[in-house]
Design a protein around this ligand. Structure first.
Ligand SMILES: [Zn+2]
Length: 460
């Protein structure tokens, strides 16, 4: 706690509860909206166990109230007979009403409510209190894991709203599922990177259409905190799990010249980026993804799952089950890197078309060389050679990255109702003269913006 709080206890006989209020800067009778959190009693506070996130919520909201520069309060609601007012039995309304009565008694007419619950806001409104839009106490970071399942379930069953707000300027969201790691370059200090980080930055910078939300897992270590802080300071929403034992991912650039050498990089494959299906399910619930939304999936997931088809299919099913359209980025490194060579070569054309045949995607992004590794001979100039890739993946869109030509970066082909209807080689001038980390992702996102625009136009 960074500020002085005054503690008061109210007895609400009518609703059978005690309300503990922690007030900062005397909010009673305030003319301006008061920052307010309503917290229900929870036994897990006392035992410090992992069953819920109440302790963290209380700490985060007290910090926020302490720093907000205006009056605020936390109302802690404690039923006298917990048996009779078990929140799980849908008796929350009584508890929220008790909070509303305390606010009324304090002469507070307007609040900024720190909550995602529809029920809390409704109870206050019923008592004539003006309720401003709810805020997420942890900035743009949403935690994943067992103790956050309560909030995920509430959002899933429609009693609370998603912490990631729907914005008017960005009518859809893109859940980015990729690696989060630290790039250790020889000449520079370690920087945040990875197949999850760069597309997120690109979406944030290049398009007004999609709000990027990162899904990933970090280690409980210095690098993990660097990754989290970088996402926060870029104002990129993230749904993050923390691995209890594994370290945050890192990529070490062993040699900075001769980029054709496949041993230029090294990394610990046993890192925190485990694409945990339970966490992914939770993130999908928390975001309430719909058919207007997208998922951007990097094939680094294939590496983490050691090219195990069942495990990859499980993730693909979860993603397409969300209703969102899946964009699959087949990254060259995941198929060619020395350390992965053995596993990735068993991942052949047949495995690929089986996998994607059962879990079709909306768009595939890849380099010609990746398709060749899998077993497809393609020529970007000849659309007939692209047809089998469209068929195997079910993709309406195929974006080919050119490896060496920085001016002619991408080729796009479109398939609609079983026929190729469009094939364009896009001439995109690189915005900077030297190739730089994340630049090709920005190129791809520019093309995706066009695709998303067309998808929207087709739906309207
Ligand atoms: Zn709790």
């Amino acid at each position: 706690m960074t500020a002085d709080f005054v503690l008061e206890i109210y007895n609400d006989a009518e609703n059978g509860v005690d309300v503990v209020s922690l007030q900062k800067d005397n909010p009673a009778g305030s003319r301006d909206p008061v920052l307010c959190r309503i917290q229900l009693d929870c036994i897990h506070h006392i035992f410090h166990d992992d069953d819920c996130d109440c302790r963290e919520q209380i700490k985060a909201t007290l910090d926020l109230i302490g720093q907000c520069g205006k009056p605020g309060l936390l109302l802690y609601i404690r039923p006298r007979d917990p048996e009779r007012t078990d929140p799980k039995k849908g008796e929350e309304k009584k508890l929220y009403d008790a909070a509303a009565h305390v606010l009324t008694r304090l002469g507070i007419k307007s609040v900024d409510l720190l909550s995602l619950d529809y029920g809390k806001a409704e109870a206050l409104k019923d008592c004539g209190i003006t309720v401003a839009k709810s805020l997420w106490p942890d900035g743009t970071v949403v935690r994943l894991g067992r103790r956050y399942s309560r909030i995920a379930d509430k959002i899933d069953n429609g009693s609370a709203e998603s912490p990631v707000p729907q914005s008017d300027s960005k009518p859809c969201r893109v859940l980015i599922v990729g690696d989060l790691n630290i790039d250790k370059l020889r000449t520079r200090s370690p920087a945040v990177g990875g197949s999850g980080f760069f597309p997120a930055v690109a979406f944030q910078k290049e398009t007004e259409i999609c709000e990027p939300v990162v899904f990933g897992k970090i280690g409980d270590d210095e690098h993990g905190r660097m990754i989290e802080n970088q996402l926060r300071s870029n104002k990129i929403w993230s749904t993050l799990g923390t691995h209890p034992t594994k370290k945050s991912g890192y990529v070490k650039f062993v040699k900075s010249t001769g980029s054709e050498n496949l041993h230029d990089y090294e990394w610990d494959t046993n890192n925190a980026n485990d694409y945990d299906p339970k966490n992914l399910e939770q993130a999908i619930k928390l975001l309430v993804l719909g058919d207007q939304d997208y998922v951007y999936l990097s094939s680094y997931m294939f590496v983490q799952k050691n090219y195990n088809l069942e495990k990859i299919a499980q993730i693909l099913q979860l993603l397409s089950g969300s209703g969102a359209r899946v964009i699959l980025d087949l990254t060259r490194m995941t198929f060619e890197a020395g350390v992965q060579r053995e596993a990735s070569t068993t991942f052949d054309k047949e495995a690929f078309s089986n996998l994607l045949g059962k879990n079709p995607v909306h768009c595939v992004i890849c380099q010609k060389e990746v398709l060749e590794t899998i077993g497809y001979k393609v020529n970007a100039e000849d659309k007939k050679t692209l047809e089998p890739v469209h068929k195997a993946t079910g993709a309406s869109w195929l974006i080919l990255r050119y490896k060496h030509d920085m001016k002619r970066v991408l080729s796009v082909s479109q398939r609609y109702e079983n026929r190729m209807i469009n094939h364009t080689t896009l001439m995109l001038q690189a915005p900077i003269t030297k190739p730089k980390a994340g630049m090709s992702d920005r190129m791809v996102v520019r093309v995706l913006k066009g695709i998303i625009d067309m998808d929207r136009a087709n739906r309207l």
